[in-house]
Design a protein. Structure first.
Length: 365
């Protein structure tokens, strides 16, 4: 981030190639001309990026996850990573766009978003019927026109939308999509099909999928926030409630959910953090958990971190700390699998024995 701030301060003509396996904060996004999201593209990522930058390929990808403006906007931000052995999904069904869309939390880039070197228009969006039945699929038909100057592709996205808010139900749920290739200036006809299953919800009491008593619609667009048409549908449904008690957060989406909210919703207790002691350690424990009980583990962890960070100038910088976290928070057995033979299983077992204070077993293993 500091590098981009410095570069854009002297030259505003900057394009960022973003290589990241998950959403990240982009505080500099308004200072650059473009961002090419390469995700984790593999060994040919450079050639692919060159094709996009030079126009040899017209990009048509869409985001499969929302990019929040900041990490604190994520509903689980106050809970995640607080207990290394337990990750309660306190947000329940409100994950990703299902939360941002319903809670009206602004994002940097919404689910389904993606730019192209051309532009498209969705027109004449129609349904084969406005009534949903178990034996008759619903067909959504429309026309996609390439209104730009170059050939390209657009992804038509179909969401089932709630007409009236309901607890623990997202405002929209993606149910179908189709990538459509259209030559410049031309129009193509597109059809997508939804079966009754797209409208059903899980009924816990009977362990079955059923049509709920709810008002729903079909929303068609090119991202979860860019909707071109909302077409109501009707069906005969059942009234049911999977939860005896629904805490206030899951209805209002105000503030952040707590572990207590989650426990009340699920009627289950979230396991408390467990402090491992000698005699309990296995190959699945991490160096961070074991090293306080073993001088040998502390030495091995220190050497491994030194090796992993030897090429970093700033040993306390975020990149070096990331490498340190990988070493300390990866189970020993996984470190052995990643070590290309440098850390053998027999050595792993000796380290485990040392942490368990089983010194005879450590020596004669």
């Amino acid at each position: 981030n500091d590098l981009l701030q410095a570069v854009t301060a002297v030259n505003p003509n900057v394009i960022v190639l973003l290589v990241a396996g998950a959403p990240v904060e982009l505080p500099w996004v308004d200072q650059v001309k473009a961002v090419v999201n390469l995700s984790l593209g593999g060994e040919r990522i450079g050639a692919a990026a060159a094709n996009v930058l030079t126009g040899a390929v017209n990009p048509s990808g869409k985001l499969a996850e929302s990019y929040p403006l900041k990490y604190q906007d994520v509903p689980s931000a106050d809970v995640y990573d607080k207990n290394p052995r337990s990750v309660p999904y306190v947000e329940s069904t409100y994950i990703g766009y299902r939360y941002y869309d319903k809670a009206k939390v602004p994002v940097a880039f919404p689910f389904g978003f993606g730019l192209s070197y051309t532009s498209f228009a969705l027109k004449n969006i129609r349904l084969s019927s406005d009534h949903v039945t178990d034996d008759q699929p619903l067909t959504i038909s429309l026309q996609v026109t390439n209104t730009g100057q170059v050939d390209g592709a657009e992804v038509v996205q179909v969401y089932v939308q709630e007409q009236q808010p309901r607890p623990l139900r997202p405002e929209k749920s993606l149910k179908a999509f189709k990538k459509v290739f259209v030559k410049a200036g031309q129009t193509v006809n597109v059809a997508l099909e939804l079966k009754a299953q797209a409208f059903k919800e899980w009924r816990e009491q009977t362990q079955t999928w059923v049509l709920p008593e709810a008002q729903k619609a079909i929303a068609v667009g090119t991202s979860v926030t860019n909707i071109d048409a909302v077409l109501p549908v009707s069906f005969t449904g059942e009234t049911f409630n999977n939860f005896a008690t629904i805490p206030n957060w899951y209805t209002t989406l105000s503030g952040k959910p707590s572990v207590q909210d989650f426990e009340q919703l699920t009627d289950q207790k979230v396991p408390a953090p467990h402090e491992f002691v000698p005699g309990e350690f296995t190959r699945l424990n991490t160096p961070r958990e074991m090293k306080k009980h073993s001088l040998l583990l502390r030495l091995v962890a220190w050497i491994t971190v030194k090796i992993r960070t030897k090429d970093y100038i700033d040993k306390q910088g975020p990149e070096a700390k990331f490498q340190q976290a990988i070493v300390l928070d990866t189970p020993l057995i996984r470190l052995a699998q990643q070590a290309s033979g440098a850390l053998k299983l027999s050595m792993v077992d000796r380290l485990v024995a040392a942490a368990n204070h089983q010194y005879v077993k450590m020596i004669f293993r």
